[in-house]
Design a protein around this ligand. Structure first.
Ligand SMILES: Nc1ncnc2c1ncn2[C@@H]1O[C@H](COP(=O)(O)OP(=O)(O)O)[C@@H](O)[C@H]1O
Ligand SMILES: [Mg+2]
Length: 245
C-alpha cells in the first residue's frame, strides 16, 4: 500500500446512532481499531453490528459520541469524506452491480480518482495483478460470476483506492468453506500491509481465529471484550448466552 499515507487508529467513543429519531440502535458503543490488527465485532442478530459499520463509514450520522481517526473527528463528515480519509466499507450481502462488468465494478471503488482516468486505470490494473484470476473475467458482468468470484470483485473494489481502514461486514456468508478460508487469508494479508481491519462476522470461530481483539455487542451496547486468545476456550458458552439458552 501507499506507505506515504499515515495509518491511524480509529477510536469510537460512546456513539449513539439509529434510523429513527428517539430510537437509537447503538446506545453508547466504544471501540478501538488499530493499524495492522484485525478487530472483530461479534454479537447476536440485530445487535447493531452493521449499523456500527455504517456509522463509521459515514452513511449514518451519530446523534452523539465521537468517531476519531488519528487526530481527526470524522463523525459529522459526509460519506465521500470518509472514503477520501481512507475508510472503506464492504457491506453485508452481495453488493456488486450484476449488470456491470468486473472492471466497471472495481472502478466504482476508485471514485476518489474519478478525475484522473489514467490513475484509476492503473489502480484497477494493480487489482488484476493482485487477483489474477479476475483478469480473464474482466469484461464479464459480475452477475455471471460465482459467489466466490463476486466476493473477490468486492474486495478489489474495496481496496482499489488503497484505504487504511477496512470495515468488513460478514464476508464469508454464502461461500463454500474453501472460498471462505481464502477470504480470511486475504484479510490477514491486508492486515500485514498495516491496514486496520474491523470485521463483523456471524462465523464466530473463523473470526476469532483471525482476530487480534474481539468485541461483543448486545442490544446496541458493548458486552464483553478481550484479546482473541481469551475467547478460544469458551465459544460455546458465549454463543449460548446470546441465544438466551
Ligand atoms: N435500514 C434500516 N432502517 C431501520 N432499521 C434498521 C435498518 N437497518 C437495521 N435496522 C434495525 O437496527 C437494528 C440493528 O440492526 P443491524 O445493525 O443490522 O444488526 P446486526 O448487523 O448486528 O444484525 C435492528 O433492530 C434492525 O431492525
Ligand atoms: Mg448485520
Amino acid at each position: 500500500m501507499n506507505m506515504s499515507r499515515t495509518t491511524s487508529t480509529l477510536r469510537i467513543q460512546e456513539i449513539v446512532a439509529g434510523y429513527t429519531p428517539g430510537h437509537p440502535v447503538l446506545r453508547g458503543v466504544n471501540l478501538v481499531a488499530k493499524p495492522g490488527h484485525i478487530t472483530v465485532v461479534l454479537g447476536p442478530n440485530g445487535a447493531g453490528k452493521s449499523t456500527l459499520l455504517r456509522s463509521i463509514a459515514g452513511f449514518l450520522r451519530p446523534s452523539s459520541g465521537s468517531i476519531v481517526l488519528g487526530e481527526t473527528e470524522i463523525s459529522a463528515l459526509p460519506p465521500h469524506r470518509h472514503i477520501e480519509r481512507g475508510i472503506a466499507l464492504l457491506p453485508q450481502g452481495r453488493s456488486t452491480f450484476p449488470e456491470l462488468t468486473v472492471t466497471e465494478n472495481i472502478e466504482l471503488g476508485g471514485w476518489t480518482m474519478r478525475s484522473d482516468r489514467k490513475r484509476l486505470r492503473r489502480a484497477v490494473e494493480a487489482m488484476f495483478e493482485r487477483y489474477s484470476h479476475l483478469r480473464e473475467l474482466r469484461n464479464k458482468p459480475t452477475g455471471a460470476l460465482s459467489g466466490g468470484q463476486q466476493r473477490a470483485v468486492e474486495i478489489a473494489r474495496l481496496i482499489v483506492s488503497d484505504p487504511t481502514v477496512l470495515l468488513i461486514d460478514e464476508p464469508s456468508v454464502g461461500l463454500s468453506p474453501i472460498v471462505a478460508s481464502q477470504v480470511y487469508r486475504e484479510l490477514q494479508a491486508l492486515k500485514a500491509e498495516g491496514r486496520a481491519i474491523l470485521l463483523v462476522d456471524q462465523d464466530v470461530r473463523a473470526a476469532i481465529n483471525v482476530a487480534d481483539y474481539v468485541y461483543v455487542l448486545n442490544s446496541g451496547r458493548n458486552d464483553i471484550e478481550g484479546d482473541s486468545s481469551a475467547f478460544h476456550g469458551d465459544l460455546g458458552a458465549m454463543v449460548r448466552r446470546w441465544l438466551g439458552v
